[in-house]
Design a binder for this molecule. Sequence first.
Ligand SMILES: [Fe+2]
Ligand SMILES: [Fe+2]
Length: 263
Amino acid sequence: MKVLFFGDVVGEPGLAALERELPRLKALHRPDFVIANGENLDLTVPGLGRAGMSLESLERLLALGVDAVTGGNHSFDPPDMEAVLAHPRVLRPLNYSPHAPGRGALLLEKGGQRLLVVNLAGRSALPLADSPMEAMAQLLAKEPGGAVLVDFHSESVFEKLGFAFLFDGRLAAVLGTHTHVPTADARILPRGTAYVSDVGMVGPEGGMQGYEPGFLVEALRLRLPPRGLELRWASGGVRLSHVLLHIEAGKAVDLQHSYEVLP
Ligand SMILES: [Fe+2]
Ligand SMILES: [Fe+2]
């Protein structure tokens, strides 16, 4: 089974780049499943720095043949988050409040292949999250066998590595998201779990994690949303960060991490 996974898709620049590039990548690699992290697809409340995704952008991703759209801390940003999270192809972190709408795991089935996609968040990205280790253990106890891919959304390499080694051999992949910065550490752990600390973004370079620095720098300085400014996407070349994963019998046999900036 082959899987293409794209890290945090940032805004119109990221989405438009995927619309240009994904048909070519699909023809080249013929993946069974395509997954993308969509927590930065839109600026849902730019004056407050809120991201998340709209149903319109979600439909554009799905029209490209994306099978599942994962999330993170920004899953709960949109004012209409209930409508977005109710979509059957959308995931948000599994280990969040029991009152949160939506789902944290999704079983994909196509052409006789099955892949369980799980979205988890570390507390460094989502401070009120429950333990991702406990949530994963509980889910595995309910879901015997099969290939499992985890989008682990966290600021911390330490947290992501510890999680991946705990579940090495029981998960096909632990793919890090959230920082938008690709890490040069893709590998297959000793018992067969593919791992990368952060896949990186599908989004524009030149600023801060795909955004213009203005709003974010002031928000950091003031520790408040700066009045009179809005969060905007950066305007540099788009970095197309993704992983191509080959899974056999629930374990990874090959992992290729790419993060080139498109011309
Ligand atoms: Fe993100
Ligand atoms: Fe995030």
